[in-house]
Structures are given as structure tokens and as C-alpha cells.
Write a protein that binds this ligand. Structure first.
Ligand SMILES: NC(=O)c1ccc[n+]([C@@H]2O[C@H](COP(=O)([O-])OP(=O)(O)OC[C@H]3O[C@@H](n4cnc5c(N)ncnc54)[C@H](O)[C@@H]3O)[C@@H](O)[C@H]2O)c1
Length: 267
């Protein structure tokens, strides 16, 4: 008889989630904690990370917050050290922090290129390097990176964002091969359109409030890309992360996981 709690449960596991103050990272931190993991919520927004960690503790979970800029290698190493120092090891690392980029590639300047590559590519790589070193001494673990549905499409004005996420996908696959012998699995999500602050950035009025009409039009347009007539929510990615973090996925590494409502089916 197979036991679901044994396969999917994360009791005693130690997890680090970057981008944990908002959207997908927040949902991931909450789900991992509810499955029993002790979670370090890392984010550039230290107060936001503290709010999420506090909420997890309020619901009986174990969590602490750590302010981090993932584009700074030393800060990422300190984030991982926070987990190992506090709880003695690292089993799960979710590199969720990421930023958008808008504009045509023909006009892309070097500073903007460096800024977005710094967070999306370097941030993920630094996380994988520091995380893998800690996991190797704890006997293995699971790393989950976050790319985007943008890796499957060539959309005008999304070129820089898409190339950073293609890089995240490639580094995931190479690391899966390099780290497999150390018992470390590395997978990558390619989420479809998901309603978070990230996707709402184009729908805001000058005062920061969401324009309800533009919001409705955006949701309708995103739903149209899905045969299920659905737009994603952060929790849709978090349930997938739970599977990839748990022993239930022990045979899975180096894969691209597309929770996207079917939007990337070639039609
Ligand atoms: N929302 C979508 O439609 C969508 C689709 C595909 C992929 N993604 C990816 O999912 C990830 C999470 O996005 P989201 O939608 O939850 O966005 P979000 O804006 O709600 O959350 C992103 C979080 O990352 C943090 N962050 C940004 N820069 C950071 C840095 N340098 N160091 C540490 N933290 C930093 C932000 O403070 C924020 O809390 C991103 O990598 C994004 O590219 C999102």
C-alpha cells in the first residue's frame, strides 16, 4: 500500500524560497510549509518576506524571513547559510525571484540587459551553486527553478525576458546532469500567464490601483490562449513545486514543467 503522506510530505525538510514575498514565491513558501517544511522566505522586499513568514508561523508552520538581492552572489550565499545555520542543512531550493523586461530587442541597451540578466540568470545560477553545495553535504536535495511560457514563443517586446528564461532552462538541464550523481535533482517550471503583481504591471493606473476594465480585458485575452478557458493563479505553480520538492518525483530531473492551461500546445 502506497502512502501519500510519506511520498508528498516534507516533514523535517529545510527549504529556501526566493521571491517569497509575493505571487508564485509566496504560494510556494506557504504550500511547502503546510507540507511540513521549515522555510526561509527570501526576497528583496524584506518587510514582505517577514509578513509571509509571520503568516506561516501564525498557521502553525516554521518559517523565517531573509532580505536578499539574488543578483548579488554573496547575499545569495548568506541566504543559504541562514537556512543551514538555523536548521542544519538544505533539502529544497526554489529560485522563484524574477523580474519582467519590456521593449524591442533592437533598442535594448547594455545596462538594461545587465540588470535583467543579473536577477533572472545570475540570481538563479548563484542560488543553484550555493544551494547545491549545501545539499551535497546534506546527502542530496531538489532544486526548482522558474522560467516562463515565454521560452516557447517569440513575442515582440519580450525578447530580453524570454532569453533570460531560456538561459534558466538550459542551466537547469546542464546542472541536472552535473548534480545527479550527488543526489540533487534540478527541474524548471515554465508557468503560463499567472495573476500576480508581475502580470498586473501593465494594468495599473498612475496612482497604483488596478484599472478594472483593462484587468478584465487582460484576463479574457489570457483565458483565450487556454483550451480550458482558464488563467493561472500562483497556487497552480505551487502544487507542482510540492510534487517536485517531494520524494514522489524522485525519478524526475532536468525537465521543463509547463503548468499553463494548455497554452503552449502547438495549434
Ligand atoms: N506571473 C506570471 O504570469 C509569470 C509567468 C511565467 C513566469 N513567471 C516567473 O515567476 C517568477 C515569480 O513571478 P511572480 O509572478 O510571482 O511575480 P511577483 O512580482 O509577484 O513576485 C516576484 C518577487 O520577486 C522579488 N524579487 C524581484 N527582484 C528580486 C531580487 N533581485 N532579489 C530577490 N527578490 C527579488 C520581488 O520583490 C517579488 O516579491 C518570476 O521569475 C517570473 O519571471 C511569472
Amino acid at each position: 500500500m502506497h502512502d501519500m503522506n510519506e511520498a508528498f510530505g516534507l516533514g523535517d525538510r529545510v527549504a529556501v524560497v526566493t521571491g517569497g514575498a509575493s505571487g508564485i514565491g509566496r504560494a510556494v513558501a506557504e504550500v511547502l510549509a503546510s507540507a511540513g517544511a521549515r522555510v526561509v522566505v527570501g526576497d528583496l522586499d524584506g518587510a514582505g518576506a517577514e509578513a509571509v513568514a509571520g503568516e506561516i508561523r501564525e498557521f502553525g508552520g516554521e518559517a523565517l524571513a531573509h532580505e536578499v538581492d539574488v543578483s548579488e552572489r554573496r547575499q545569495v550565499e548568506a541566504l543559504i547559510e541562514r537556512a543551514t545555520g538555523e536548521w542544519g542543512g538544505l533539502d529544497i531550493l526554489c529560485n522563484v525571484a524574477g523580474i519582467p523586461a519590456d521593449g524591442p530587442l533592437r533598442e535594448l541597451g547594455e545596462d538594461e540587459f545587465d540588470r535583467v540578466v543579473g536577477v533572472n540568470v545570475k540570481g538563479t545560477l548563484f542560488g543553484c551553486q550555493a544551494g547545491a553545495a549545501a545539499m551535497a553535504s546534506s546527502g542530496g536535495g531538489s532544486i526548482i527553478n522558474v522560467a516562463s511560457a515565454a521560452i516557447d514563443l517569440a513575442v515582440p517586446n519580450y525578447g530580453l525576458y524570454a532569453l533570460t528564461k531560456a538561459a534558466v532552462t538550459q542551466l537547469t538541464q546542464t546542472l541536472a546532469v552535473e548534480l545527479g550523481p550527488r543526489g540533487i535533482r534540478v527541474n524548471v517550471l515554465a508557468p503560463g500567464a499567472t495573476l500576480t503583481n508581475f502580470s498586473k504591471r501593465h494594468l495599473k493606473n498612475p496612482d497604483g490601483s488596478i484599472d478594472p476594465e483593462r484587468y478584465e480585458r487582460f484576463v479574457a485575452a489570457m483565458k483565450k490562449t487556454s483550451p480550458l478557458d482558464l488563467v493561472g493563479e500562483a497556487i497552480d505553480q505551487a502544487w507542482l513545486v510540492l510534487y517536485l520538492a517531494s520524494d514522489a518525483s524522485r525519478f524526475c530531473t532536468g525537465q521543463i514543467w509547463r503548468a499553463n492551461g494548455g497554452a503552449a500546445i502547438p495549434r
